[in-house]
Structures are given as structure tokens and as C-alpha cells.
Design a binder for this molecule. Structure first.
Ligand SMILES: C[S@@+](CC[C@H](N)C(=O)[O-])C[C@H]1O[C@@H](n2cnc3c(N)ncnc32)[C@H](O)[C@@H]1O
Length: 247
């Protein structure tokens, strides 16, 4: 019974995540959803900046603190280990729902591309960014990242095996393709408003900070393999190292 309940919990958390991330694609790209990053402004510019920055900070804190090994060790005293990742995914989805629900559009155009070719390039870049994100989750292990593998192994009565160090496809070019995909999706827009720009700047700063913490943990976890990887493969910009060596 416990195994079935844990499995159901994992599946529910995953479904909530999937719905949230699909909505987020529409939210950032102003596509198909009733409320997006650029809906009609409803409050003063100052309070919009404060509210939006606080929402992003909450999301960043939840994401970073709960991903640290020391935190995981502490809270698995209260949350069963097979549910740890699903609960992380659940809380991350709730923070993202709160962000999109309470987001304050700000109006004001920073740039507006009217050239139809360039517009198409930016729209393709937007979709490519999301495609890189989704592909990268499968390259690492989609079902492990979102907690399904953990509840499934528990359901089958098997012990959890951590993922080995691997360098599939994009991971040979940059160390953080998933984050690079997000950055492309957040910056590539034909019409950049003030709210969208605030979102893109703050998420970029967050990603750059989060990478420092993540890499410290990855070096501790994978040891020499990751240290060598850091030496040879650039963090976010493909081919950067080769260019630097050339000039
Ligand atoms: C949310 S994913 C983000 C991965 C990476 N930062 C990116 O942007 O593609 C974080 C998980 O990926 C795993 N990971 C990152 N690089 C890896 C690699 N080269 N091989 C195996 N696992 C990796 C880490 O163990 C971590 O749990």
C-alpha cells in the first residue's frame, strides 16, 4: 500500500510539474495562455519591480537551498528518501505557479524587432531554447531529475543508484546545456518589455550564481572526473575555450 501511495505521489508531482512548465513556455513567450509576462500592467512600476524581484528570489532560494546535499540530508529525516526529489519538484512547481500568478506586467518596450526575418529567427531561438532544456533533461535522466525514477525503484523494491558521470551530446560542448537553454528562451524575444527584461536579467544572474554552488557539489560528488571536465569544457558558451586558445 505504501509503495503504491509513494508511486502515486511521484506521478502527481510530476504531472503538476509538466503542466506548470508547459504553462511557463506560454507565459514567457506570450503564447496561448490567459496571463503572460506581458499582460496588462496593474500596479505602479516600483511596486511591480519589488513584487517580481521577490517572486524570483523566492523561487531561487527554494531551488538552490533544497538542492544542496546538506539540506537533503537534514530533511530526509522528515520526508521519506524515495519522495525527496518529488517533493522538491512539487515545491519548485508551486513557487513557479505563485510567480506566474502574482507576476506584475510592467509595460514599456525596450526593443521591438519589426523585420520579419529577424522576428522569425528570434521565435525559432525561443523554441530552440526550450528544446535544448527538454533534450538536456533526457540526456541526464529525465525521470530521475523529476523524481519518477526514485518512486519507481521503491515500488519495485530496488535500492536507488545515483546517476553516473556522463557526457552525452550537448554535455560535450558545455557543462550546463539545460541552463543555457533557459537563458536562450528567456532572452530571445522580438519584443522585449521592461518586465521581460527584469525577468531575463534576474534569472541570468541566478543561473550564474547557482552554477557555482552546483559545480562545488558536482566536484565533491564526481571528484577528479568533474575537475578535469571543468578544465576542458566551457561552462555555457560552446567553443569558447578553443577560441581563447586560438587567440
Ligand atoms: C537540474 S540538472 C542541471 C544539469 C546542468 N547544470 C545543466 O544545466 O545541464 C542537475 C543535475 O544534473 C546532474 N549532472 C550535471 N552534469 C552531469 C553529468 N555530466 N553527468 C551526470 N550527471 C550530471 C547533477 O548530478 C545534478 O543532480
Amino acid at each position: 500500500m505504501k509503495k503504491v501511495l509513494f508511486l502515486l505521489y511521484g506521478i502527481l508531482c510530476y504531472c503538476l510539474f509538466l503542466g506548470t512548465i508547459l504553462y511557463a513556455m506560454g507565459f514567457v513567450g506570450n503564447l496561448f495562455v490567459p496571463k503572460s509576462i506581458d499582460s496588462e500592467p496593474r500596479t505602479s512600476l516600483m511596486s511591480a519591480v519589488l513584487i517580481n524581484a521577490s517572486l524570483l528570489l523566492l523561487f531561487a532560494l527554494q531551488h538552490s537551498i533544497m538542492a544542496r546535499p546538506a539540506f537533503k540530508e537534514w530533511w530526509t529525516r522528515y520526508v521519506p528518501a524515495p519522495l525527496e526529489r518529488s517533493t522538491y519538484v512539487l515545491l519548485a512547481s508551486l513557487c513557479l505557479i505563485l510567480l506566474m500568478w502574482q507576476w506584475q506586467p510592467m509595460g514599456g518596450i525596450v526593443w521591438n524587432v519589426e523585420h520579419s526575418g529577424l522576428k522569425a529567427v528570434l521565435s525559432i531561438a525561443y523554441l530552440s531554447g526550450w528544446s535544448i532544456v527538454f533534450t538536456s533533461t533526457f540526456l541526464i535522466n529525465h525521470f530521475d531529475l523529476f523524481g519518477l525514477r526514485q518512486v519507481w525503484l521503491y515500488f519495485k523494491g530496488k535500492a536507488y543508484e545515483p546517476l553516473p558521470f556522463r557526457l552525452p551530446l550537448f554535455y560535450k560542448m558545455v557543462r550546463h546545456p539545460l541552463y543555457l537553454g533557459f537563458m536562450i528562451a528567456f532572452w530571445a524575444t522580438p519584443t522585449m518589455t521592461m518586465a521581460h527584461l527584469l525577468f531575463a536579467i534576474l534569472t541570468t544572474v541566478y543561473i550564474l550564481v547557482a552554477i557555482q554552488f552546483e559545480e562545488r557539489d558536482l566536484v565533491a560528488h564526481f571528484g577528479e572526473q568533474y575537475r578535469r571536465y571543468k578544465k576542458w569544457v566551457p561552462m555555457l558558451v560552446p567553443f569558447l575555450r578553443r577560441l581563447k586558445q586560438k587567440y
